[in-house]
Write a protein that binds this ligand. Structure first.
Ligand code: MLZ
Length: 265
C-alpha cells in the first residue's frame, strides 16, 4: 500500500510498546536545525576521531547534517546531529591550542595542506556558534528491555532511520534489530548511543522514516534458492516478542545469509 508508516498502527499490529524517551540520550524537545547547506564547521574525522578537520554541510534532514570533510572525496560523507559533540564552530580547535588536520585520505599531497586550508576557509560561510546545540546528558543507566520499539540509524545506510526492536540487553550494550530485515542490518551499541531515537522522533523532527522491510518482497527476489529453503516452514516468523526472546527470529539457522540487493531500496 502507499499509506505512510504509522507507529500507532504498527505498535497495535505487533502488540508491542515503545521504549520510553527517558531511555535515550536525546533531548525531549528535539533541537532546531539552524544550519544551511554550504556552511563550514569543525568535525572530528570519523575514521580518525582524534583529529579535527574542516567539514562542509552537504545537506540536512531533520536534526541531522550530512557532512563532507574538506579535501576528502564524495564517498565518505557522514551524518551528525546538530547537538553532537563531534562538531564545533570554526576557530574552536585553534582556541584550544590544537591544529586542524587534513582528513584521512586527503586527496592532495600532504605538503599542500596549509595552502588548501587557507583556500578552503577564505570567503567560506561559517556555521554560527548558535547553530551548535549542547549534547544531552546520558541517561543514568540502561533502561532498555528486549521487545521495546525504537527508531535507529541504519549504520550500513546512515541516511536512513528505521523502525527497530531491542533484541537483547547486556550490561551497557543493547542489540538493535531492524524490523523486517532478517538481521542483515542489526548491531550492538551502547544504551547512550546517539544513533537511536524514541518512537516518533522522525515525525517530530521531519526526518524521513524507512518503513519496516517485508519478507514477501525479499523472498520474491530469491527464486534461485533450493526449493526446500522457500517452504513456508523455513521462513522466519514475523518479529513478535516471543520469537525475539527465543532468538528464533534473529537466527533463522537453516537459512543462507541474506543476499544484499545493492542499489535497491
Ligand atoms: N535498499 C537497501 C537498503 C536497505 C535498508 C534497510 N534498513 C534497515 C537494501 O535493500 O539493501
Amino acid at each position: 500500500s502507499n499509506e505512510p508508516f504509522s507507529w500507532e498502527k504498527y505498535l497495535k499490529e505487533t502488540s508491542s510498546t515503545a521504549a520510553s524517551p527517558s531511555c535515550f540520550r536525546q533531548s525531549r524537545l528535539p533541537p532546531s536545525n539552524d544550519f544551511k547547506a554550504g556552511m563550514k564547521l569543525e568535525a572530528h574525522d570519523p575514521r580518525n576521531s582524534a583529529s579535527v578537520c574542516i567539514a562542509t554541510v552537504m545537506g540536512m534532514m531533520g536534526t541531522r547534517l550530512r557532512l563532507r570533510l574538506d579535501g576528502s572525496d564524495n564517498t565518505n560523507d557522514f551524518w551528525r546531529l546538530v547537538d553532537s559533540s563531534d562538531i564545533q564552530p570554526i576557530g574552536t580547535c585553534e582556541r584550544n591550542g590544537d591544529m586542524l588536520q587534513p582528513p584521512l585520505g586527503f586527496r592532495m599531497n600532504a605538503s599542500s595542506w596549509p595552502m588548501f586550508l587557507l583556500r578552503t576557509l577564505s570567503g567560506a560561510e561559517m556555521a554560527p556558534a548558535t547553530a551548535f546545540k549542547k549534547e544531552p546528558a546520558k541517561p543514568s543507566q540502561n533502561h532498555f528491555k528486549p521487545g521495546m520499539k525504537l527508531e535507529a540509524v541504519d549504520k550500513k545506510n546512515p541516511y536512513l532511520i528505521c523502525p527497530a526492536t531491542i533484541g537483547e540487553v547486556k550490561g551497557e550494550e543493547i542489540f538493535v534489530m531492524f524490523d523486517g530485515w532478517r538481521g542483515a542490518f542489526d548491531y550492538w551499541c551502547k544504551f547512550d548511543s546517539r544513533d537511536i531515537f524514541p518512537v516518533g522522533w522522525c515525525s517530530l523532527t521531519r526526518h524521513s522514516i524507512q518503513p519496516p522491510g517485508n519478507f514477501s518482497r525479499f523472498w520474491g527476489a530469491v527464486v534461485t534458492l533450493p526449493k526446500a529453503l522457500l517452504l513456508p516452514a523455513s521462513v522466519p516468523p514475523a518479529p513478535s516478542k516471543r520469537s525475539m526472546q527465543s532468538q528464533s527470529y534473529r537466527l533463522p539457522h537453516p537459512l543462507p545469509p541474506l543476499p544484499v540487493r545493492k542499489g535497491v531500496r
